[in-house]
Design a protein around this ligand. Structure first.
Ligand code: SF4
Length: 480
């Protein structure tokens, strides 16, 4: 019996897919190499944009046209939506929220192939989202991930969100914030580092609002309860022995405290990469988005972060500046040209290394769903292009600062097709030469050639806007 997990969207969904894989394999299901080969297909969906949603409909329709017997489970951000359940009625066999995935599928998995092919799978649960019972979220996050990459590991430390930004489905799709016990996170990091993992990425929709209020007995002194917030958690992870990079996604500006900035800047393990979504450069739009900060506050934060790195991080080998990435939405309801200009100004001033620019699309249930989507598609495209052009310039400018610097990289990929061996001359074998793609601690992609065979790991999340070309220098630890 075989399964296939189809993932859409963010790293949190990627991480959920790894958790689902572990869970299914516990019931002896094997990973299929393609959808065609699988008996059970799990869709981990994304509801952030209409285009991602449309791709889910398209793929499920195609599967059901071709194969009537395949079972489809739909989880992730679209699973709770009644309109999605109605639209896919008769095509999807089970809808379940990610938090209740074990509870929803285990009755069928226990019955093996017969259980999965059982009509009950379809009839009993169609169009129903199982309610989350107390303690279940804990169980779901407690499933050990089937890490697809031995070098880079994503570790969810919290899920859900309490912020209710006007455009965002996360509080509806994932519920309110829930932070994992610090003990569990530390145990997971220790075990990964011991196995040779080189890059740990902590995940959360609002990662820097992490707050573990449950007693963490193994950390407490004299048995007293110890509350752990995000800076404290980073300090504890940092103390874990071994050489590894530590980073985290995604932070909310309102939770970027001075304490957090200081630990990021001082730490040798925490990477000089900060993802800090601004969403807009205009205060009125930020207010309508319910973002709870002003653009002045946001700019102050960026200055503080850069200033702290200069102050505390001078011992860093490369002495590179921190790489700051942001998220921007263009064409939010009512965004005037002048208000958009403020966002363009923000990008010029802040000189980001990376920006994820999204054209606004209305999402059901959200506050903005009721607002008039009055910026035309053409205008959204124009604004998107304008910001992309500014970003290309600032990213290139920042990348040029790497010229002449020696930095550590983690190798992601070897281009096997482009390997070459020069023709042998006079019976001599020319050295093997490979072309490598790697990334720096600041998430810059680096291309280099080497005649050494360097171990690689695949890290699909790295997508800095510009490539940096480099050359290989031997290091004590080849992977980094
Ligand atoms: S902070 Fe806002 S954008 Fe981020 S997950 Fe929460 S509601 Fe969505």
């Amino acid at each position: 019996m075989k399964y296939f997990v189809k993932v859409f969207g963010c790293q949190m969904n990627q991480s959920d897919a790894e958790r689902i894989a572990t869970y299914l394999e516990k019931y002896k299901l094997k990973l299929a190499s393609s959808i065609d080969e699988a008996n059970l297909i799990v869709f981990v969906t994304c509801g952030v944009r209409q285009s991602a949603e449309d791709r889910v409909y398209g793929q499920i329709n195609n599967i059901k046209k071709k194969y009537l017997d395949k079972k489809i489970v739909l989880t992730g951000c679209l699973s709770h939506r009644k309109d999605v359940q109605r639209r896919l009625k008769g095509k999807v066999d089970l809808f379940c929220e990610i938090k209740s995935f074990p509870q929803a599928v285990s009755p069928f998995l226990k019955g093996g192939l017969r259980g999965i092919l059982n009509k009950q799978f379809n009839r009993k649960n169609l169009s129903s989202t199982l309610p989350l019972v107390k303690g279940e979220c804990f169980d779901y996050l407690d499933i050990t991930l089937k890490y697809t990459n031995s070098y880079t590991a994503y570790i969810p430390i919290m899920t859900g969100c309490n912020n209710f930004c006007a455009y965002c489905v996360v509080p509806f799709a994932r519920g309110r914030e829930y932070s994992r016990p610090a003990d569990d996170i530390l145990k997971e990091v220790k075990s990964l580092v011991k196995k040779g993992c080189k890059e740990i990425i902590l995940l959360g929709q609002n990662v820097n609002s992490y707050k573990n209020l449950t007693p963490t007995l193994s950390l407490s002194r004299r048995g007293s309860e110890k509350k752990i917030n995000f800076p404290k958690l980073l300090r504890l992870i940092e103390k874990i022995p071994g050489k590894f990079w530590l980073s985290f996604l995604t932070s909310h500006p309102k939770d970027m405290s001075d304490d957090l900035i200081e630990i990021i800047a001082k730490s040798k393990k925490i990477c000089e990469y900060i993802s800090l979504p601004a969403q807009s450069g205009d205060n009125e739009i930020l207010r309508k988005m319910n973002r709870k900060y002003s653009i002045e506050h946001y700019k102050r934060l960026i200055k503080k972060i850069r200033g702290s790195f200069q102050r505390f991080n001078l011992s860093c080998t490369a002495k590179v500046e921190p790489c700051i990435s942001t998220d921007i939405i263009v064409g939010f309801p009512g965004e005037t040209k002048k208000q958009f200009e403020n966002t363009a100004k923000l990008l010029r001033e802040m000189k980001f290394d990376m920006a994820y620019i999204a054209q606004y699309s209305p999402r059901p249930q959200t506050l903005a769903w009721k607002m008039k989507d009055n910026v035309s598609k053409k205008e959204k495209e124009r604004r998107d292009k304008m910001l992309t052009d500014i970003l290309s310039k600032t990213a290139l400018e920042n990348n040029k600062k790497y010229i002449g610097k020696v930095v550590e990289v983690l190798v992601d990929k070897r281009f096997d097709l482009e390997e070459f061996r020069a023709p042998a001359r006079k019976g001599k074998v020319e050295p093997w030469m490979g072309k490598y793609l790697a990334h720096t601690r600041t998430q810059k992609k680096v291309i280099f050639h080497s005649n050494k065979k360097i171990p690689v790991g695949i890290a699909p999340h790295h997508n800095a806007s510009e490539l940096v070309r480099g050359e290989f220098r031997e290091s004590q630890n080849r992977e980094i």
